[in-house]
Design a protein. Structure first.
Length: 87
């Protein structure tokens, strides 16, 4: 695929936005039903956004002494800034 910034036109029956667990599952199920599928993601498929946290549930609670800015900075940093709250 040309990554020079030019225009690429693709056709499909289903466009899935997000390559996390839910997006990959949706794409697989659509393909199982015979649909032509395109999956797009801002990072790496299967490893961006909240997917890394699926195995280690985390909760923000100010009553536990959590500070929102520190919490959000930690999430952005540990996801290698793919999970950027300002996007």
């Amino acid at each position: 695929m040309d990554r020079s910034g030019g225009e690429n036109r693709l056709e499909a029956d289903v466009l899935v936005v997000g390559g996390g667990i839910a997006g990959c599952f949706a794409a697989i199920k659509a393909r199982d039903q015979g649909a032509e599928v395109i999956l797009v993601d801002k990072g790496f498929v299967g490893n961006s956004g909240q997917t890394p946290y699926a195995s280690n549930f985390m909760a923000f609670n100010p009553d536990w002494g959590h500070e929102l800015d520190a919490w959000m900075s930690y999430i952005s940093m540990t996801s290698e800034y793919v999970n950027n709250r300002y996007w």
